[in-house]
Design a protein around this ligand. Structure first.
Ligand code: M6R
Length: 366
């Protein structure tokens, strides 16, 4: 039930401090400096010796897969490719028993993802699932996997499943990094202690809800929006744009911030809200200059920044402050304001938030 919330989507957004904790529960011990993903342990050798990891998924799960690519390559130094399941299965991919194929799916029933896995299995790859629905088709087909333990997700727009998937991918990357000694013990320990703080930082992030509601009123009348981010926050930009499209029917695109000047900058004028995630520590100066380029063309900037940020705060139309964290964990915080923004815009526009037109919760046809 909705437990007093107006919509399932809002309830699920607010559940995230708890669901992220549930995804970590029993899997980390910062005191003992350990990360244990039981499903992976059984096949640890296949993972650490893998030539590459291929992640297949659709929609929001594809976006969490992209974050998985950044995490696993950055921390564990294993090459990762991420592919839309529908493309992977029809393009005669090169794949063999030295590959690990990870499927990410909330429902565990997405037809394209299931078919991509069947193909990978037939080629001898180890197939692994990161799934929410216990006992679903994907969970049953895979050799092993890790549930995200988020509980049922009812809203068609995926929210808590996304952060649950990213949490599990983070644990996977950390666990592999440990096995492969690709990061120092000190950094590993720093990351682990910080990860344990994420649920309370999500709680803190949710406090900007009223401010976001106000921003939503301001931009609800626009017909387009551009979402920008760099590094770990690039997939977050894609996810923010998808959320807006799905429930408010406003056209939106996500772009890597630096790619803007290769085309989309032509679209920018006073009618184009640009939502920028600028919480990165690395390439911070670069993102500041990307924002300046937007401002110079009169674009309306809504920026997600860390508390106390100044350069962007001075020039943006609106800023949403979120707590600072280690860069690999920033998507777990920065996606929250984007979920809330799309939610409040859709509510303002009177749309059916939980069951948007033309969409189904799980896509069981090709
Ligand atoms: O159940 P799955 O994670 O496999 O679903 C994949 C997509 O259909 C899903 O993420 C879809 O894009 C959502 N409506 C996004 O909010």
């Amino acid at each position: 039930e909705k437990e007093g919330y107006d919509h399932f989507m809002l309830k699920e957004i607010y559940e995230q401090p708890k669901t992220i904790l549930d995804a970590m529960r029993g899997r980390i011990s910062s005191k003992e400096s350990r990360v244990i993903l039981r499903g992976m342990e059984e096949y640890a050798n296949r993972f650490v010796r893998a030539n590459r990891i291929i992640i297949v998924a659709c929609g929001t799960s594809y976006h969490s897969g992209l974050i998985g690519e950044y995490l696993i390559e950055d921390l564990a130094r294993i090459p990762v490719e991420v592919e839309y399941a529908s493309e992977f299965r029809y393009r005669n991919p090169i794949i063999n028993e030295h590959d690990v194929v990870i499927a990410i799916s909330q429902s565990g029933e997405t037809a394209d993802t299931l078919a991509a896995l069947e193909l990978a299995k037939s080629k001898g790859a180890l197939i692994y699932g990161i799934v929410n629905s216990v006992g679903s088709s994907i969970a049953r087909l895979t050799d092993a996997g890790s549930y995200i333990h988020c509980g049922p997700e009812i809203g068609v727009a995926s929210t808590k499943a996304f952060t649950g998937q990213v949490t599990v991918l983070t644990l996977l990357a950390l666990s592999l990094a440990r096995k492969l000694s690709t990061i120092s013990n000190t950094y590993f320990q720093t990351l682990l202690s910080e990860l344990e703080l994420i649920p309370q930082k999500v709680e803190e992030t949710l406090k900007s809800s009223d401010h976001i509601k106000y921003i939503a009123k301001e931009i609800k009348g626009h017909h387009n929006a551009l979402y920008l981010g760099r590094g770990y926050n690039f997939p977050v930009a894609l996810e923010g744009a998808l959320k807006l499209k799905e429930i408010s029917y406003i056209h939106a695109e996500g772009y890597p911030a630096a790619e803007m000047k290769h085309g989309p900058i032509a679209l920018i004028d006073e009618n184009m809200p640009v939502i920028v995630t600028a919480t990165n520590r690395s390439a911070y100066e670069k993102i500041v200059s990307n924002v300046q380029e937007v401002v110079a063309r009169k674009g309306r900037v809504i920026a997600i920044v860390n508390k106390g940020e100044q350069a962007i705060t001075r020039i943006a139309d609106h800023v949403i402050e979120i707590p600072d964290t280690e860069e690999p964990f920033s998507p777990l915080l920065s996606v929250i304001p984007l979920q809330l923004l799309s939610y409040y815009i859709a509510v303002e526009l009177g749309k059916n938030v939980d069951q948007p037109r033309n969409l189904a919760k799980s896509v069981t046809v090709e």
